[in-house]
Ligand binder design. Structure first.
Ligand SMILES: [Zn+2]
Length: 239
């Protein structure tokens, strides 16, 4: 089953490297890797697919090479997917492809959510910062990222990994969780995990799930079509 599916992983950094290894561990045999950047020595500790010999190489190509060495049919796409390009990017992928969003670009996560829901595709979105992170599996008919977080926070309120730091094992745990959720989507896209946000806080010793139910007033998947209705019940992504 997993061997018949195509996975497209957007971002081959701290989340993408463990997600890619997790997909391979789960039996994926056809993977596209999308990343515009090159491997940097300063990130090697948490970008676990690469070593010093890869420094300076495009991440997508270095990652695809490592996947091929594990028997995977891997396709490198050295490109930056901007939020405005997501719908066109998804349209180029094979029907039924499962998208795994592993970038560090908050607006892109919301754009991927909207495009997945509009195109009725399946995917997983993940995010990690500091000691915390979350991941959510999306499929047609299920709750979406905006059912939990309505909109991206203003950029000035979003600390970057460079500002806030990110703990390698925390980002690794979320990337691995994204792979697990992508495998679960491939297995059953109607099961309990769909539309449910998994949140892990290592310092707070907390792991929990949120949401799971579509909000009628969700701006993306809401079924109440009153244009004046203001979404309610959504959380702040950064508080
Ligand atoms: Zn929604």
């Amino acid at each position: 089953m997993m061997a018949d599916l195509h996975f497209a992983v957007i971002g081959a950094g701290g989340l993408g490297c463990p997600a890619l290894l997790g997909l391979v561990a789960g039996g994926a045999r056809s993977i596209s890797v999308v990343d515009p950047d090159r491997v940097e020595a300063s990130n090697l500790h948490r970008q676990v697919l690469y070593d010093l010999g890869d420094v300076g190489a495009p991440k997508a190509e270095a990652a695809a090479m490592r996947l091929r060495a594990r028997g995977v049919s891997a396709h490198a796409i050295v490109a930056r997917v901007e939020p405005a390009d997501v719908a066109a990017f998804l349209a180029e992928l094979p029907a039924g492809a499962i998208i795994v969003e592993c970038s560090d670009h908050v607006a892109l996560k919301f754009a991927v959510n909207d495009a997945l829901m509009a195109s009725r595709r399946r995917g997983v979105i993940g995010s990690a910062l500091g000691w915390r992170g979350h991941a959510i599996a999306l499929a047609p008919g299920g709750a979406c990222y905006r059912c939990v977080f309505e909109t991206p926070p203003p950029p000035e309120l979003v600390p970057t990994c460079a500002q806030a730091g990110v703990l390698g094992p925390a980002v690794g745990a979320i990337g691995w969780l994204q792979a697990q959720l992508a495998c679960a989507l491939g297995h059953d896209a109607t099961a309990e995990h769909v539309g449910r946000l998994y949140e892990i806080d290592a310092l707070g010793a907390r792991a929990r799930t949120l949401g799971g139910r579509r909000r009628g007033d969700c701006p993306t998947c809401g079924f109440r079509k009153d244009p004046d209705a203001r979404p309610s019940g959504a959380r702040q992504l950064v508080s």
